[in-house]
Design a protein around this ligand. Sequence first.
Ligand SMILES: [Zn+2]
Length: 290
Amino acid sequence: MDMVFCKDDGEEYEIAEFVALPNAERESKRRALLCTECNGFAWYRKESRLSPAHFCAHHAEDCTFKTHYEDASESDDDALELDHEASNTLIINLEEEKGGSIEVAEPHPERDPNKEFDGSTSNSFVRRRFEGDSPQQSNLRRLLLRLVRSASFRSSSDEVVFYKRQNEVFVNGAIKNVVKRFDQITKFDDDRSALFWGPIASVGKTPDGRLWLNSSKDYSSASISIFDDIVDDFLDLFEVDDIDDLLGAWVIVAGTCRFSGDGQGKPIIWCGTPNYIFVRKYRDPNLRAS
Ligand SMILES: [Zn+2]
């Protein structure tokens, strides 16, 4: 993608123009970028060893700038089978979160034609279906994918319970109330603990060693601040070598939201535990929260 629209100043930028902007101006504008055609969330990535500077976006299904992948579905992901199950209470033990590569598995995994499919996936599906009304064990990976994919899931009244550890609840309630996309954060969320999620437009480290994951103006300009003592663990958990690899990923974090500037500024969610956060990029071009 060579062109991008900046909501800040109403201008379109070519990549070379954007690269030439003064640093402070570019850092500010990169948090207000949209696709010129579909208005999808867009981000800027500076030149690296692997690629020249460029723009990317989460495009709408019919956008002509959409990248085409042969098989772009998240079909390997067991989040999908959960979509078909009867809704009931979700249980997520944050203590058991294990991270995983930020990149999704390559599409079309080669399956050994000589090896018979053992049917384990369908068996587990059947078993879960007959569990009746017992709570479903889930995790942040599945939750994030369902949130990104499904507007009805985002606004559902299904109960979810997040445990810090055995019998100690971090937060519980209806999904629509305790799992908030960044753009739904209001002043009432100041000092509130919940699950917050959205896309990452820019990243940076401050001199005190904290890692900042910033969303865009369309997403309340929310930021996640990751404490210096867990930054390395966090990057290891998600196999991130270059922090710019986090750009364009979706993130979900369990934490407390505080507004900067004595409550007048932007929402910041503080994260001091590596298993309270999950980041993932999705290949599916149709994955776009709207
Ligand atoms: Zn687009």
